[in-house]
Structures are given as C-alpha cells and as structure tokens.
Ligand binder design. Structure first.
Ligand code: FES
Length: 161
C-alpha cells in the first residue's frame, strides 16, 4: 500500500514536471518576440537589403523630431550604443557613438543641429552622417548606418546594421 501511494505520488510529480517544462519551453519564444526587435529581409527587384527593425516604444523621445539618443542593441555595433537622431525635418540618422580616433564615446548635443563631441579630444562630428566637422584629429569619421523606413504607427525604425 505504501509502495502504491509512493508510485502514484512519483507519477504525479513527474507528470507535473514534464507539463511545467513543456509550458516553459513554449513560452520562451513568445517572451523573446514580445521584447526583441526582429530582422526584416526586403527582397524587392533583385535588391536584397537586410534591416534591423528597432522598436522605438522604449524610446518615445525619438518619436519627436529634434530628438537624439544613444541606443544599445544587443549584438549590434560591437555592443556599443548607436546614436539615433530624429532631425527637425523628420528624417533620421544613425551613427556609431564611438570615436574612431582612440575609441572614446561621443557626447550628445542638446540641439540636433549641433555636433557630437568626442569625450577625449575636441573633435566634433555631424549628427547627419557622422563626418568630421572640426577638431585636432582630421581623417576620422563616425561610422554611419543606413536608415530605412520609419513607421510612425508601429513606432519602428529600420536600420541597416
Ligand atoms: S578619441 Fe575622439 S578625437 Fe581622440
């Protein structure tokens, strides 16, 4: 009798574990899709372009023209933040936040018409294309990433990164 109860208890315990593990495995992909952006491959007229679709919901300030922010996307840009600028004319620009001279971060301007300033030396870079605009170390530019579609309704921005 004791052994029968023990077997029944073991059976119930094992069944619960299996069901629990199954539910956990089934839920994992949904957790990722709920909080991660997805890759979009566009194949139109022989041009294959891969964009990363960035969800701007966690960055509501970037929905407003005249805003600028550093955003880190796991696994992209060598895990360094990118600088996303939503210009006053409604266009977007994306550049690296790391100065190529000696790998220092750049500071964000308070006005998107101004420049990105290196934190180590007085070099300045354009918010539009990351190009050098002044400072002692010429020949350095911030890497620029192409921008695709901004979907205002979905609050997403395509970035070729
Ligand atoms: S590290 Fe940026 S200019 Fe030197």
């Amino acid at each position: 009798m004791i052994k029968e109860n023990s077997n029944r208890r073991d059976f119930l315990l094992n069944t619960t574990k299996v069901i629990g593990a199954g539910l956990a495995i089934a839920a994992v992909p949904q957790l990722f899709t709920a909080c991660e952006s997805e890759e979009l491959v566009t194949d139109m007229n022989t041009n294959v372009t891969t964009f990363y679709v960035l969800d701007l919901t966690p960055h509501p300030e970037l929905l407003v023209p005249g805003s600028i922010k550093k955003v880190k996307i796991d696994g992209k840009n060598a895990d360094n933040p990118i600088v996303i600028t939503h210009h006053k004319d409604g266009s977007f620009s994306v550049v690296n936040s790391i100065c190529p001279h000696m790998n220092c971060a750049v500071n964000l301007p308070t006005d998107t018409d101004s420049t990105l300033a290196c934190q180590c030396h007085p070099n300045h870079y354009s918010t539009v294309d990351g190009k050098y605009v002044g400072g002692p170390f010429q020949g350095y530019n911030l890497k620029q990433y192409a921008v695709g579609k901004f979907d205002e309704a979905k609050k997403t921005l395509e970035i070729k990164i």
